[in-house]
Design a binder for this molecule. Structure first.
Ligand code: NAD
Length: 495
């Protein structure tokens, strides 16, 4: 493997070959292969990441298993103390972490700061575990003088397999809840962006979790398979593309694990004729082009309803042209690079396919791809798109927006129903009845009413439907607590 081999920046900016954090120690991976981590805005090498070995997973599972009995017996109020310390460490290092996210991922610093904040909020919610994981009971619930109650118990070792697009945030949909409920945990970050979690693991060490409670294992496919197959891992949380989510769900379920697997998306933003355009347009742009479109909640299709004279489409195209592409660390930049050369080429090919299928290219972002160093694609807007086109049906995961014009809300809903994905959908309208109809019927996990990115806060669950999610319990909030615990029923009679 190992794609672009960039120049090493001078001095401390190069992190060398990354190590795993297992059982409270930094240990070298047994991997024979490694890959360069590259700043996508500058093509500078940041580190080398080991691509993993089953022995790494074996060691991490052994550490996590060994730590489980004592951690489980630690009272919930004591278990959350290192989480409180982690919260304050994350806050102290907020800016450093945001810069690291931008450096290895490319999103703008402002976007990176927001994603670190979301990670912190998940720690805050998990600090409420003493209340949140309580069970319930009923005197005489089974019969006269026979009481019945439910307690929520942790189950052992859990693992999370994470995508490249949110280096700080996505692991925190799982990690704080898994350990607060008394499980022990293994995180495998994306091999494309391992540095943020590497730094966070240092903060985790500083926060004083007992050795083995939280472990970090670098790697790619080999590591994932070893996690999925390991009999001592109870459950898997996955976030990534749909083909891999489907694979992870099937393979881990075959081993009897509980699984939550979040996949890809194609999110529709519906613009009704009565939408408040001055509000809606910036929302549409933020949704489509934020993080250079590399977001599972990115609005990648706009459906305009009865857009007479194509005014809404023109307003979107005009606004998209004004966005500034560049290095996300620089002020004034709206759209950073995409993650890799490979991703850039895939996105350029998708744009070409849109042209070939007959969509009209209103804003052409391909010029930005000539800018080197870095892997850039500028905001790209198609109109005259039809629902059957490949650019409508597939996730492009780049700054490419398609606009479909229809006459009725019914047609807009039919487009959403016809998509393979079901992560999010939004509607922009002033009409409460229309909004109600939309939220009632849209077959997605997250609905936005005059909101471009329908991202739930940490105390709400997050997940999609159809090919966007495999499993039952979503990430974050109460769903996360249910996923990481099992309800044990106790029926009690005393003679
Ligand atoms: P990806 O599927 O390529 O990789 C995700 C993880 O799976 C990585 O840790 C990677 O090492 C591992 N992996 C990749 N290929 C594998 C294989 N063949 N076998 C086993 N493991 C493998 O996803 P990505 O490109 O890192 O992330 C982007 C995708 O994630 C997009 O499709 C996006 O929509 C999705 N995503 C979804 C959500 C959500 O909540 N639904 C959130 C963020 C991202």
């Amino acid at each position: 493997m190992g794609m672009a081999r960039g120049p090493r920046p001078p001095g401390a900016a190069y992190a060398g070959l990354l190590r795993n954090y297992i059982g409270g120690e930094w240990v070298p991976s047994q991997a024979t292969e490694q890959q360069q981590v590259v700043n996508p805005a500058t093509e500078e090498a940041l580190a080398d990441v080991p691509l993993g070995h089953p022995a790494d997973v074996e060691a991490a599972v052994a550490a996590a298993r060994a730590a489980f009995p004592a951690w489980r017996q630690t009272p919930p109020r004591e278990r959350v103390q290192p989480l409180y310390r982690l919260k304050s460490l994350l806050e102290q290092h907020r800016e450093e972490l945001a810069r690291l996210v931008t450096t290895e991922h490319g999103k703008t610093l402002e976007e990176a700061r927001g994603s670190v904040q979301r990670a912190i909020e998940n720690v805050e919610v998990a600090c409420g575990i003493p209340s949140l994981m309580m069970g319930y009971g009923l005197e005489d619930g089974a019969a006269r003088a026979i009481d019945e109650e439910v307690v929520r118990q942790p189950l052992g070792v859990f693992a999370a397999i994470c995508p490249f697009n949110f280096p700080a945030m996505v692991p925190f949909w799982f990690l704080p809840y898994a350990v607060a409920t008394g499980n022990t945990f293994i995180i495998k970050p994306s091999e494309q962006v391992p540095l943020t979690q590497q730094r966070i693991a240092e903060l985790i060490a500083e926060a004083g979790f007992p050795p083995g409670v939280i472990n970090l294992v670098h790697g790619a496919r080999t590591t994932v398979d070893a996690l999925l197959d390991h009999p001592a891992i109870t459950g898997i949380s996955f976030v990534g593309s749909t083909p891999v989510a489907r694979y992870v769900y099937r393979r881990a379920a075959e081993q009897g694990k509980r699984v939550q697997a979040q996949g890809g998306a194609k999110n529709v933003l519906v613009l009704m004729p009565d939408a408040v355009l001055e509000q809606a347009i910036p929302n549409v742009l933020g949704s489509a082009f934020g993080s250079a479109g590399q977001r599972c909640l990115a609005g990648s299709l706009v459906v305009t309803v009865a857009d007479r004279g194509g005014q809404q489409a023109s307003a979107i195209a005009e606004a998209a042209r004004s966005l500034r592409v560049g290095n996300g660390l620089e002020p004034g930049v709206d759209v950073g690079p995409v993650i890799s050369e490979q991703a850039r080429d895939r996105i350029l090919a998708a744009i070409q396919q849109g042209i070939d299928e007959g969509a009209r290219l209103r804003v052409d972002g391909r010029g930005a791809a000539e800018r080197r160093p870095g892997f850039f694609v500028g905001p790209t807007v198609f109109d005259q798109v039809t629902p059957a086109m490949t650019i409508s049906q597939t996730e492009i995961f780049g700054p490419v927006l398609g606009i479909i014009a229809v006459d009725t809300l019914e047609e807009a809903l039919a487009i959403i129903e016809g998509l393979p994905y079901g992560n999010a959908a939004s509607i922009f309208t002033r009409d409460g009845k229309v909004a109600r109809e939309f939220r009632y019927r849209a077959p997605v996990g997250n609905v936005g009413i005059n909101i471009g990115v329908a991202a739930p806060m940490a105390y709400f669950p997050f997940g999609g439907r159809k090919a966007s999610f495999f499993g039952t319990l979503h990430g974050q909030g109460r769903d996360a607590i249910a996923f990481f615990t099992d309800p044990k029923v106790v029926i009690i009679r005393w003679f």
